[in-house]
Design a protein around this ligand. Structure first.
Ligand SMILES: [Zn+2]
Length: 259
């Protein structure tokens, strides 16, 4: 199943840019295709929502796993400890301590760190295995779906390398807007295909991670997605450790909100 229309401009024509192999799960070939109108990069075909979990090899998918096994995993976990601290610095620099929602919280390391430093936390994680670990770690209920979260106004909502996994980026951002407090901030971390490492590795760049990554962002196409959804990009910050980047968005005033 492929997206019928570009989520940024509703364009219907796509041109193949890269052929990428899913070395993590299926060994199948997926195309990274560019929208003929706006150039947004999408994975085609995209597994349907009820099929996508079969492309996450459960225990092996690194952000869902808590036990270091291989050397790469071990190094990843050391890097993650630094990144955890860095993430907290980012949110503290832009918000008073208050309520925080982490969407796609994995095994809950970030939520746990936030809870320890005084945030009131809420988490969402669709992988049942990761969700169980997150619930144990944080001693909090973790939701399976974003739709289950309601009646809250969050000061901070974070999506650390999550938006590119979700089938409906516009719908997700609209839902998040309803959950943000006035002057609340969204922190969205994404792989950037215009980064140095992406250019170096081309179709082999790990940030494409097909078919788990359904969409591929650059600074400019992400800004367009934010603008289309009535969000104001406050700042873009490189995550030097893994060459990813983070965009920090704030809810515009009600007047500026798109309907
Ligand atoms: Zn487009």
């Amino acid at each position: 199943m492929s997206p019928q229309a570009c989520p940024l401009c509703q364009g219907q024509e796509f041109n193949v840019v890269h052929e990428c192999v899913d070395y993590t799960a299926s060994n199948s070939v997926f195309h990274i295709s560019s929208c003929g109108v706006c150039g947004f990069l999408v994975t085609r075909p995209q597994p349907a929502q009820d099929e996508i979990m079969s492309f996450y090899p459960d225990a092996d998918y690194i952000s869902h796993s808590s036990t270091a096994v291989t050397l790469t995993d071990y190094l990843f976990k050391i890097a993650r400890a630094f990144t955890l601290r860095w993430k907290q610095t980012i949110i503290s620099a832009h918000s008073q301590k208050g309520t925080l929602l982490d969407v796609g919280c994995g095994t809950g390391d970030f939520l746990f760190a936030c809870k320890k430093s005084g945030w009131q936390i809420t988490g969402v994680e669709p992988s049942m295995k990761a969700q169980k670990l997150a619930a144990q770690k944080t001693a909090s209920h973790i939701h399976t779906k974003l739709e289950e979260v309601s009646g809250h106004e969050f000061n901070v909502i974070t999506l650390w390398h999550v938006l590119e996994h979700l089938h409906d980026p516009n719908g997700t951002i609209q839902k998040l807007k309803t959950l943000l407090a006035q002057n609340g901030i969204l922190v969205i971390a994404l792989p950037n295909y215009e980064s140095f490492d992406a250019n170096k590795y081309n179709a082999y760049w790990a940030g494409f991670d097909v078919p788990r990554h359904l969409w591929h962002f650059s600074s400019s196409n992400f800004n367009k997605l934010a603008k289309n959804n009535g969000l104001n990009v406050v700042t873009t910050i490189p995550m030097k450790l893994d060459s990813y980047y983070v965009s920090l968005l704030s809810e515009k005033t009600n007047v500026e909100k798109t309907p």
